[in-house]
Design a protein around this ligand. Structure first.
Ligand SMILES: [Zn+2]
Length: 423
């Protein structure tokens, strides 16, 4: 007898940014939650009861949402006519402040984690609120579901409203405590999460950089996001050449895994810093066009430069937790950008899918693809409700990203275990 399982279907995953591999009508062989092979035919003695038959359906890696604000799950689609800083003051800070209430946090974060999984996100990089207890609740909910995640406790000690601000030293102490308290988790890693340079003093950033180095903790923040944000950054930090240097000189850029959302306006110096293999820029197309940033990330340029790229929903700036939808929007925005700046081509499905799976998953240790040894973190896609039945598997993947939704995701697996969700 074998404890191997064989999942039969049309298997698709990214080999690299230019290549999607397709194994039609094949078997993914999984042992102890990891992929050991992909075969066209099974050995004759492979036990029938260990074959899980998804014939005709697509088997793809689970998605990576590498920038999402868990508390802002409550404010999706609200205030979309505002500029970023005005939107934060009017809607976001009052909303996030409510997560001081633990019951509220538990209720909202439970729904949030369920919704992530419903949309096929099995790997996530979360932005929490400043509250220690609420952030612990989010950490535990992710851990209990087996989600591969980075999440921490948000930091902000200046340019924030009276009802939603921290004391500098307490913010640093609590961050260190959070990392110590949560470091034993299997799939979830505690991260350092300064909101953005505007809401963090130099003293706070410096202290957080020291904590990050001490514990090798990943860093997650925003950078080069909006025209106004960058102007204020320059006024607040006149001694730094640009927004990236503020993080870099305080040990918060590239010393440990560093995930920076947006990265729309990067000059050559910043691009050089972001080429560090420890750094990743996250494109959030939905948020960029909802809350006016003043530009669109030059995705193709960054890919050509070899900068690590992922996709984020950025909810609530974004209005959907669906990463396949963000794959389509990434391509659409890239085409619009190309109309006004044709120096770079628009990105294609191969590139956007790569960003949303293999590339996004690079810090989570062998997720986001189906190489041998990778975790079987997978989605089963059933597109029976869509018209036209003689398309190739790649065409069906494209159609799912553009026109499908969570109803087409009929199963979710993490480490080979089926994940239950509330519908
Ligand atoms: Zn954000």
């Amino acid at each position: 007898m074998t404890n191997k399982k064989a999942y039969k279907g049309n298997v698709i995953y990214s080999k690299d940014k230019d290549t999607l591999i397709v194994y039609d009508n094949s078997y993914v062989i999984v042992q102890d939650g990891r992929i050991v092979d992909i075969l066209k035919d099974l050995q004759p003695d492979f036990p029938n009861e260990n074959v899980i038959n998804y014939e005709g359906k697509l088997i793809i890696p689970g998605f990576c949402d590498m920038h999402v604000h868990a508390p802002q799950f409550l404010q999706m689609g609200i205030g979309m006519d505002k500029e970023l800083l005005d939107w934060l003051d009017t809607y976001t800070y009052p909303n996030e402040a409510k997560f001081k209430n633990i019951e509220h946090a538990n209720e909202v974060y439970s729904q949030f984690v369920n919704e992530l999984l419903r949309h096929g996100t099995l790997h996530v990089n979360c932005f929490p609120s400043i509250h220690y207890e609420a952030s612990s609740i989010l950490f535990k909910l992710l851990e209990n579901k087996g989600v591969y995640a980075f999440t921490g406790k948000l930091n902000m000690d200046q340019n924030s409203p009276d009802f939603y601000i921290e004391d500098t030293n307490k913010s640093i102490e609590d961050t260190e405590k959070f990392i110590i308290e949560h470091k034993k988790s299997k799939n979830v890693t505690a991260s350092i999460v300064p909101r953005f340079a505007i809401t963090c003093s130099e003293e706070l950033l410096n202290g957080l950089g020291n904590v990050s180095l001490k514990y090798n903790a990943p860093v997650h923040s925003h950078m080069c996001e909006a025209v106004n944000e960058m102007k204020i950054c320059k006024e607040l930090f006149p001694n730094y050449k640009n927004g990236a240097e503020i993080f870099n000189q305080n040990n918060l850029l590239g010393k440990t895994p560093t995930i920076m959302a947006h990265c729309i306006f990067m000059d050559d110096d910043v691009l050089e810093l972001m080429k560090n293999p420890n750094c990743m820029a996250v494109h959030c197309p939905d948020a960029t066009s909802n809350v006016n940033a003043g530009g669109i990330m030059p995705v193709k340029k960054l890919l050509d430069l070899g900068i690590n790229l992922a996709i984020g929903s950025d909810v609530g700036g974004g209005t959907s937790l669906s990463i396949p939808r963000m794959i389509a929007t990434t391509i659409q925005h890239s085409k619009i950008r190309n109309m006004f700046d044709n120096q770079y081509e628009a990105v294609n499905l191969q590139e956007a899918f790569f960003m949303a799976t293999r590339s996004g998953g690079r810090y989570f240790n062998k997720v986001g693809a189906f190489d041998k040894g990778y975790h079987f973190n997978a989605l089963i896609i059933d597109d029976f409700n869509m018209y036209g039945d003689n398309y190739s598997s790649l065409e069906r993947l494209e159609r799912f990203c553009y026109s499908g939704d969570d109803r087409n995701i009929i199963k979710r697996y993490i480490d080979g275990n089926e994940i239950e969700i509330k519908i």
